[in-house]
Every structure is written in structure tokens, then in C-alpha cells.
Ligand binder design. Structure first.
Ligand code: NAP
Length: 336
């Protein structure tokens, strides 16, 4: 079988396609023929050695997000059977409850080998069944970006119909945030650097649209769109350079989900106090969150937004494309 490894973490041009023996599954394990994988911003950081959330082993098989078909199961496996369509969960050890330090050491494509391979062995507990209406390419987009958006909207205080959600930019996490919030009957305000991308966001259900380049004080525009009240949730992917403004958009008791670090800057902690915001750190989510989200995706027949699919042999080009940031939603690699 073929797989990719990152010999070192010095850039995605080092990504190496190699032959390896097809793995076998032992007791409690499941062999999955991977059909598709998807990229996250994190995978750029992993490939270039800039990822700080865990130590990165050499010769890592990259990528956390993938979907495929169960082809064999080991002794004592009861959750899946050959022929089932499944996806791996981001942290193989985080089934439910709070995130514990030991869960971090089980993150695919970071702490442990990931899914950019034709065959991968998972622990049976590290898999979810994927919604029937989704293709493998679509399902491969879910484990990191979609579960993160779900955790932001439902992990602390469930999103309610009629509430307002602000999503920053039109990358993978934010577009899932938009789709999940829209499906739940919430109002969505989206920002982007591009008017063209804002049109796409509108077609997906966003009703407030702000170009953060031409409107640098976008927090005022967001508040104006809520009649001065502020939003209930912010999908905060920008980090230090946007967090201060995001906090200014939220109503007292509203939740700013601190997810990403795309920008540099500083924030004044007093703004959290003064505005009564809840700022909550998010690290993807558990298997139980993934399963709850899949039920909602199946119910609404929601389809992930895929910008472009690259063949397995062109994985490096997929990394370069994601880095270019011209995409909206997700970038996928098909694995045959
Ligand atoms: N904590 C977690 O569990 C978790 C999980 C997933 C991702 N993340 C993090 O979340 C961030 C986004 O990840 P992703 O995979 O969704 O990335 P992505 O698909 O690469 O999306 C990046 C997008 O962010 C937008 N953006 C960049 N700078 C911005 C700014 N100043 N203001 C508003 N939007 C801005 C851009 O949208 P436009 O082109 O529309 O301007 C860009 O296309 C990354 O930092 C990633 O590491 C964290």
C-alpha cells in the first residue's frame, strides 16, 4: 500500500510518498481502506514544525481527517463491521466528558500517525459511522473543522433558534459554523477578506456580510447589525489580532469560542470584564460531540462545502493550495 510520511517537519515539500506493508488489525482494532482525507490549517503548521499543541514524531503520517470503508476487524470488535463507512475521530482517546491531558497525546496526524495512507488501523473506539447521504470526500471534512464548530456552538451552552452567530472568515471551521448555525435556525453574520466569498457565504445562509479588509472596524458593523445588542456566539479563528474586536461584538454572557491563531496582536483583558463575555478555549471535540453532530448533519442533509479535491498523488499541491488561502470551506485529497 502507499502512504505519505513527513521525514522531518521542515516544510510540506518534504512530504514523501512511499510503499509500506498493509497493516493488520489486532484485538480491538479495525482496518480501514481510506477513501479520502482533508486538510486543515493545522496540517500546514505540522508540516513546517510550527505546531505547538503536541510534540511531533519524525516520519509522521500526516493529516487527522479521513473517511473510508472498514475492510477487516480484529477479535472482540463490536462497534463496526466490514463494509461500514467510517471516519476517524481527531483525538483517538477522547470519547466523551471533558478534554483531559492524556487525550492530546492521541491526536491523529500530530502526536500519532494520521490518515494520509491507503490503509489505516484504528482502535474501534476511535471511529464514528458517517452520515449515509455523504460521499467519502464530504465525510472526510468532518473530524476536525466541523467538530470544532459543533463544540463551539453546543459544547458549553446550546445554540438556540433566533440567536446570532458571528463567523470570522470563510475557512473550514467558519463555514461549518455558518452551516450548523443556519440549520439550527440561528442568524449568521460572516466576515471575509473577499466580497466574492461573502456572496458564497450569503448563498449558504449568512444574512449579515462584512468585508473585514474594507471595514477594519468590523466589530462596530457587527454590533450595528444586531441593533447594538451584540451577538450570542463568535467562532473566533483569528486569534490575538481579532480577539479584542470579537469580544466587542458579543452581548453580556455571549460566548467567544477561542479556536484559531491566524493573526498577531494583543488584547486588553479588561474588555472581557467590561463586556461580560465568556471566552472559551476549544480543542476540537470528543467522539460523542462528533456523533451528535452527525445526527444533525443527517437530519438536515447538510453537505460540507468542498472547494477542491486533489488526487492522492498530488497531496503536495493540496498543501500549497490551502496555504494560498483562496479556498472557501474545505480542501480534500481523494485516496482512490
Ligand atoms: N482549536 C481547535 O480545535 C481548532 C480546530 C480547527 C482549526 N483551528 C484553527 O482555526 C484557524 C482556522 O482553521 P481552518 O482550518 O478553518 O483554516 P482555513 O480553512 O485555512 O481558513 C483560513 C481562513 O481564515 C480567514 N482569516 C484569515 N485571517 C483572518 C482575519 N484577520 N479575520 C478573519 N478571518 C481571517 C480567511 O478567510 P477569508 O479568505 O474569507 O478572509 C482564511 O481563508 C487556524 O488557526 C486553525 O489552526 C483550531
Amino acid at each position: 500500500m502507499r502512504l505519505y510520511r513527513l521525514p522531518k517537519h521542515t516544510g510540506f515539500d518534504d512530504l514523501t510518498l512511499m510503499e509500506a506493508e498493509e497493516p493488520r488489525c489486532g484485538r480491538g482494532q479495525v482496518l480501514v481502506r481510506m477513501r479520502a482525507a482533508s486538510l486543515n490549517f493545522r496540517d500546514l503548521a505540522v508540516a513546517t514544525g510550527k505546531y505547538t499543541m503536541s510534540a511531533l514524531p519524525p516520519d509522521l503520517v500526516p493529516l487527522s481527517d479521513g473517511a473510508g470503508e472498514v475492510v477487516a476487524v480484529g477479535e472482540a470488535v463490536s462497534r463496526v463491521k466490514p463494509g461500514d463507512r467510517v471516519a476517524g475521530i481527531f483525538m483517538q482517546g477522547w470519547i466523551g466528558g471533558h478534554l483531559e491531558p492524556e487525550h492530546r497525546a492521541t491526536a491523529l496526524g500530530g502526536s500519532i500517525d494520521g490518515v494520509l495512507a491507503e490503509y489505516v488501523v484504528f482502535d474501534e473506539h476511535g471511529l464514528v459511522h458517517i452520515p449515509e447521504h455523504l460521499s467519502y470526500e464530504q465525510a472526510a471534512t468532518l473530524p476536525c473543522a466541523a467538530v470544532t464548530a459543533w463544540n463551539a456552538l453546543y459544547g458549553l451552552a446550546p445554540l438556540e433558534p433566533g440567536q446570532t452567530v458571528l463567523v470570522l472568515g470563510t475557512g473550514g471551521v467558519s463555514i461549518f459554523g455558518l452551516q450548523l448555525a443556519h440549520a439550527a435556525g440561528a442568524r449568521v453574520i460572516a466576515t471575509s477578506s473577499s466580497d466574492e466569498k461573502l456572496e458564497r457565504a450569503q448563498a449558504l445562509g449568512a444574512s449579515g456580510l462584512i468585508n473585514y479588509k474594507s471595514t477594519p472596524e468590523w466589530q462596530d458593523a457587527v454590533r450595528a447589525l444586531t441593533g447594538g445588542l451584540g451577538v450570542d456566539h463568535v467562532i473566533e479563528v483569528g486569534g490575538p489580532g481579532t480577539l479584542g474586536r470579537s469580544i466587542q461584538t458579543v452581548r453580556p454572557g455571549g460566548i467567544v469560542s477561542m479556536i484559531g491563531v491566524l493573526t498577531r496582536g494583543q488584547i486588553d483583558p479588561l474588555s472581557i470584564l467590561g463586556g461580560g463575555a465568556i471566552v472559551r478555549g476549544i480543542f476540537v471535540g470528543s467522539r460523542q460531540m462528533f456523533e451528535a453532530m452527525n445526527r444533525a448533519i443527517a437530519l438536515h442533509r447538510m453537505e460540507p462545502v468542498i472547494d477542491r479535491v486533489f488526487p492522492f498523488e498530488e497531496a503536495k499541491a493540496a498543501y500549497h493550495y490551502l496555504k494560498g488561502a483562496t479556498h472557501i470551506g474545505k480542501v480534500v485529497i481523494s485516496i482512490g
